[in-house]
Structures are given as structure tokens and as C-alpha cells.
Design a protein around this ligand. Structure first.
Ligand code: ADP
Length: 609
């Protein structure tokens, strides 16, 4: 058969009409179905010809039948009608969205009927509805967020106004506290927005740090104790005994996830309890899947909202006069953080009974060797700046790259942290000789990080910290020093500026040893000697450092007393007593000072006062 014969025979009509993708009905003006094609089966699930003889309107969504009959009447007057939407019952009892073009047979064949050529537009409709819902959620978000931002700003402006007028000291305090509180709120919201932007632009880097849940969870839960007590809620945690080990992952992000979930649990619970539980979900070679649950007895979440609460900008309660504050970004950030770590988050909730948020995250199991390999790799060398282990804490990518590349050129061992919290975690698990600390950072700034590091165990708490600050007014510098930093470097700095500071503060440079050096909190030590004699035994070295940290301060106190009473002989003896410990730990920059005191003390010469 040639193509012409095929066309003449009309078989292609069948191919197009019977088996084409469109649904085709032939109906009379009253809606009685005279024919439908086989596609009805694919789209609506009805067998071939099974609708013939039935009424078209009996399948149409009842509340729209009248409107569709009206359309039929209008179409009778025209040869062709386009794009009429309606909903048709499928064999699975669901309604599909269809759209027809009607060819009026009156005009062609003088018959009272239509050919209805229908397309399934269910997906298009659903997408449009979804788009509309997202659009609405976004508008709602903007309304909420501007409210959330405006409230603390108004608070700050109002309180500042009041502070400008004559006030009593008590009032002053109240206003100042209100300003601080508002600023904190503002910080949370802005951090949320920035965090989400960082995650969505793919900029967020995950750390691989060793941590133990037995350190992290109690400390974290502890920070909510006050809030829970104020609301008279019981707040407990439990950690499966098996989990008392090192895990490798990002403890800062885990903190962030749990802070959000526990914060929400407290916010949305008015009586009863909140429980945080950590258990082992499953093991897969070196990967442990940890299950974290935050269980509350709060207001719960309506079933239809349990999916949408994880979306940006969405809250279960969307009314304008929302009872609970919040940007609606918390859970979005949590979900993204969990998924970035290849984990999952789920929620089970029933209204007025409570909610359980469950997060499962895989962690590599940490081995002590992972830590010690970082701790023992290099020893501070004798060249200025070289082979120093430096922690560079900086949240700006460009600044980090700049300082990092200078330090690398000097063959320093550089580790980086993108904010204060990461820095504190890294300090707990690694040894560094010096920290370069940006001051203004999100999540935790340089002041807070320094204070936290100064609270770590000896000798880590004595690490020299140099502030990298863009505002080097005397007040800023004062604030850095008050927070416990040793020195500061104004940004932008040249490589020479940086070198001078590092040499001074790491004790590798020209710092003049003298009496002042004792009052100076700089800790620069070289463990090469201890490493050599102990064959690199970390435990031995740590013991030595601990002994040093415990025994030396009382002797220094005695030395101070001896100085006050001008008891030079005793001062010299005490210097003699501490000398070997300082030599053992390679605290070279104090060597000449100790010798000076020892010798002058022995000769009973007066030291400069
Ligand atoms: P928000 O800043 O509004 O708290 P989230 O993203 O953290 O934003 O939470 C989104 C919504 O999910 C909340 O507004 C609330 O309606 C609901 N929700 C979250 N956690 C809980 C919970 N523990 N109990 C009840 N509802 C919750």
C-alpha cells in the first residue's frame, strides 16, 4: 500500500482518533455519550466503549455541572468552542482536570451533537496551584519577616529615645536590657536569612571534626534549662551508652539543628516535657547512623501541615495575628542542613498531644589516631613563622584566602574555621600554636569565641589569639583585649604586618624577655624535646603539660610575693626551681628572663622594680 492509498482508505483517522493522546467524546446536546476513544482508558481508567450510552454530566464534578451545561448551550450556537475546563470522575473515584475544544456537528452534518476533543490538564493545574501556594507563602513570609524585624527595631529606637531623656539608674538598666534583648532577636532573624542564603547558594561547607555526643548534648540542653524552667517544662536528655565515642562530622551544624528543634519544642509546648534522645539507628562499616529525637507534649501540628512546615517561609499557623513569633525559616534550615549531611528528618505529631521530630545523620566513627595525627605532625621550627600551626578564623572567603595564602607561603600549617563556634570545636580537638581571629562573624563572633577558648582546659586556654579587626579604634582594641585576646591587627594588613604580629605573639620573634614577660599571658612552647624523649607519646606529653600547668602557677605567686617583700634570694631560688620545667616545655622566650632572675637573686642584687 502506498502512502496515498493509506490516506485514501482513511485508516490514519483511526490511528489519530482511537489511539491518539487526546480523549475524544462524541455527545449529543443533552450530554448522552455516543462514542469515546480508547485514550479514555489511559487517562480515566474506563474500559473501551464502557461509557457509551451514559450521561456525560453524571461524571462531571457535581457543583460545576450547571456551569458546564451553560457552556454546552453557548457552544450550540458556534461552530467551534475552545478551552473549556471541567473536572471528570475517573474510575479510581478521583476527579481529573480536563479541558475540551468542541466541534459543533450541527454546522457540519446538521446533527445535534459535539465532538469533544479533551486534554488532561491535571498536572498543569496542580503546578499552577502549587505555584500560587508558594507565591502566597512568600508574601506571607515577607509580611511576617518585616513584622519580626520591625518589632525589635522599634523597640531599640523607642528605648534609645527614652535613654536620651533624664532617667534613673534602674530605668537605664531596664532600657539597656530591652535594647540588648531586641538586638539579640534581630540577630537571630538575620542569621537565619543569611544561613538560608548560604545554604541555597551552595556556599556552606561542612566540617569534619571529631566530637563526642556526651560533651555536645548535655551542654546544649543545659543552655535551654532556664527557658524550660520559666515555662515550668521538664527538659531531659538521654544518650545511648554505645554512643560514648568519637564521631567525625560537623558538630556545629548538629548544634544548630538541635538548637532549632529544642527551641521550637519549648516555644510550642505549654505544659509537660521535652525530651532529647540520641540512639544508634544502624551501623554500616565505619558509618554510624545516629538518630536524634526531640519529643514534646506541646500543641502539635495539624496532619495536613506536617509537610509544608519544612518549606521556606511556611508556618502551621498562617493567620496574620500569629501567637508565636519566628521567621518560619528554622525548619527549612534544619531540613537543608540535615540533607546536606546525607541525613533525613521526619515529624510525627498529633494536635494537642505533641510532636516528635526525628533526625537521622550518618557519621564516620572517629579514631583517636585521627586526632593525634593532627596533633603530632609538625613541631614549631626555629625560622620565624615557619611550621607554626595556626588556626585562621575568618568568615569572609576572600579574607580567608588572602591570609591563608600568605601563611602557606611561610610554610605555616594552616587550619581554618568559618566562625567562632567552629573554632572552639577545633580547639577542643587539635593543637595549635596561635589563632588569628576575625572579630565580626556570624553564628559566634570573635569575642565570644575567645571567651569560650579561655575557658578550655590548660594549656589550650592560653593559646595566643590575635584579633583581625576592621575597626581598630581604641575602644575596639580595648574590647578585644577585655575578651581575652592578646593582640590585634587592623584589616587590611600587609604580609609584613602579619609577620610582625605572628613573630611577636608566638614568641618566635623579637619580643624582649624581661620581668614583664611573666605578667604577659603569651604561651609559646616547643614540644620537640618532650616528643624526642618520649618517642612521641601524646599521653606522656599531655601529663607533662598538665603537671606544668598545676605546679608552676603557685610558684609564680610565691615569686610575686618575694618581689613585693624584696626577698631577692628567695626569688632567685624559685626561678632556679622552675627553670627545668620551662626548658622541658621549650618555652624559650622566657629562658633569659629566668636566668636573669636566678643569677641576680643569687648575687642578692636588686632587680629593677
Ligand atoms: P518558626 O520561626 O515559625 O518557628 P520554623 O520553621 O521553626 O519557623 O517552624 C515552622 C512552623 O512549624 C512553626 O511556625 C510551627 O507552626 C510549626 N512547628 C515547628 N515545631 C513545632 C513543634 N515542636 N510543635 C508544634 N508546632 C511546631
Amino acid at each position: 500500500m502506498t502512502l496515498h492509498q493509506y490516506v485514501r482508505k482513511g485508516s490514519f483517522y483511526e490511528a489519530v482518533v482511537e489511539d491518539g493522546s487526546d480523549l475524544i467524546f462524541v455527545v449529543d446536546y443533552k450530554g448522552n455519550i455516543a462514542y469515546h476513544n480508547a485514550s479514555v482508558r489511559n487517562t480515566l481508567g474506563y474500559r473501551s466503549r464502557s461509557l457509551v450510552g451514559k450521561g456525560f454530566f453524571d461524571f462531571v464534578l457535581p457543583e460545576t455541572v450547571d456551569a458546564l451545561k451553560q457552556q454546552f448551550r453557548k457552544s450550540q450556537k458556534k461552530a467551534f468552542t475552545e478551552n473549556i475546563e471541567f473536572q471528570f470522575l475517573a474510575s479510581d473515584r478521583s476527579f481529573r482536570f480536563l479541558e475540551f475544544n468542541a466541534i459543533n456537528l450541527k454546522h457540519r452534518e446538521n446533527l445535534e451533537g459535539f465532538i469533544l476533543d479533551c486534554r488532561d490538564i491535571t498536572d498543569r493545574k496542580r503546578n499552577a496551584e502549587e505555584l500560587l501556594r508558594l507565591q502566597k507563602a512568600k508574601e506571607q513570609f515577607l509580611a511576617n519577616i518585616s513584622h519580626e524585624i520591625r518589632t525589635p527595631i522599634n523597640g531599640i529606637a523607642g528605648m534609645a529615645d527614652l535613654l536620651g531623656q533624664p532617667t534613673s539608674p534602674e530605668e537605664r538598666n531596664t532600657y539597656l536590657n530591652a535594647i540588648k534583648h531586641s538586638a539579640e532577636n534581630l540577630k537571630v532573624i538575620i542569621n537565619d536569612i543569611l544561613d538560608l542564603a548560604a545554604i541555597e547558594s551552595g556556599k556552606l561547607r561542612l566540617e569534619k571534626i571529631a566530637f563526642n555526643l556526651n560533651d555536645l548534648v548535655p551542654a546544649l540542653v543545659g543552655t535551654f534549662a532556664y527557658q524550660a524552667k520559666e515555662k515550668k517544662l521538664r527538659l531531659d536528655y538521654s544518650i545511648d551508652a554505645k554512643l560514648n565515642r568519637l564521631l567525625l562530622g560537623d558538630p556545629v551544624r548538629l548544634n544548630q539543628i538541635l538548637i532549632n528543634l529544642i527551641g521550637n519544642a519549648i516555644k510550642f509546648t505549654h505544659k509537660g516535657s521535652i525530651k532529647v534522645s540520641c540512639s544508634l539507628e544502624r551501623k554500616q562499616k565505619d558509618t554510624w547512623w545516629i538518630r536524634f529525637e526531640v519529643i514534646d507534649t506541646g500543641i502539635g501540628i495539624p496532619a495536613e501541615k506536617t509537610d509544608t512546615i519544612f518549606e521556606s517561609f511556611s508556618q502551621a499557623d498562617e493567620t496574620f495575628t500569629r501567637k508565636y513569633g519566628g521567621s518560619g525559616l528554622g525548619l527549612t534550615i534544619v531540613k537543608q542542613l540535615v540533607e546536606l549531611q546525607n541525613g533525613q528528618i521526619t515529624v510525627q505529631s498529633s494536635e494537642d498531644k505533641g510532636s516528635t521530630f526525628a533526625v537521622i545523620v550518618p557519621y564516620q566513627t572517629g579514631k583517636p589516631s585521627h586526632l593525634s595525627s593532627q596533633q603530632t605532625t609538625k613541631h614549631p621550627g626555629s625560622e620565624p613563622g615557619s611550621e607554626l600551626r595556626i588556626l585562621l578564623v575568618e568568615d569572609n572567603d576572600i579574607n580567608r584566602l588572602y591570609a591563608g595564602s600568605i601563611l602557606n607561603k611561610w610554610r605555616c600549617q594552616v587550619d581554618t574555621a568559618e566562625n567562632g563556634l567552629v573554632a572552639v570545636e577545633k580547639m577542643k580537638n587539635n593543637y595549635y600554636d596561635l589563632i588569628l581571629m576575625d572579630v565580626q562573624m556570624r553564628v559566634m563572633d570573635g569575642y565570644e569565641a575567645t571567651k569560650a577558648i579561655r575557658l578550655l582546659d590548660e594549656p589550650k586556654n592560653r593559646i595566643p589569639i590575635i584579633a583581625l579587626t576592621a575597626n581598630a579604634t581604641s575602644r575596639d582594641v580595648e574590647k578585644c583585649l577585655q575578651a581575652g585576646m592578646n593582640d590585634y591587627l587592623a584589616k587590611p594588613f600587609t604580609p609584613d604586618d602579619l609577620k610582625a604580629k605572628i613573630m611577636k605573639d608566638s614568641g618566635k620573634g623579637t619580643a624582649q624577655p624581661g620581668i614583664d614577660a611573666f605578667a604577659d599571658n603569651k604561651s609559646s612552647f616547643d614540644l620537640t624535646y618532650l616528643r624526642n624523649i618520649s618517642n612521641n607519646n601524646e599521653e606522656f606529653i599531655r601529663d607533662m603539660m598538665q603537671t606544668f600547668a598545676q605546679t608552676i602557677p603557685p610558684i609564680l605567686n610565691d615569686m610575686e610575693k618575694a618581689m613585693q617583700t624584696k626577698d631577692w634570694e628567695r626569688l632567685g631560688k624559685l626561678a632556679h626551681q622552675i627553670k627545668p620545667s620551662f626548658m622541658l616545655l621549650g618555652i624559650a622566650h622566657l629562658r633569659s628572663a629566668i636566668l636573669f632572675i636566678e643569677e641576680n637573686g643569687n648575687e642578692e642584687k636588686n632587680l629593677p622594680e
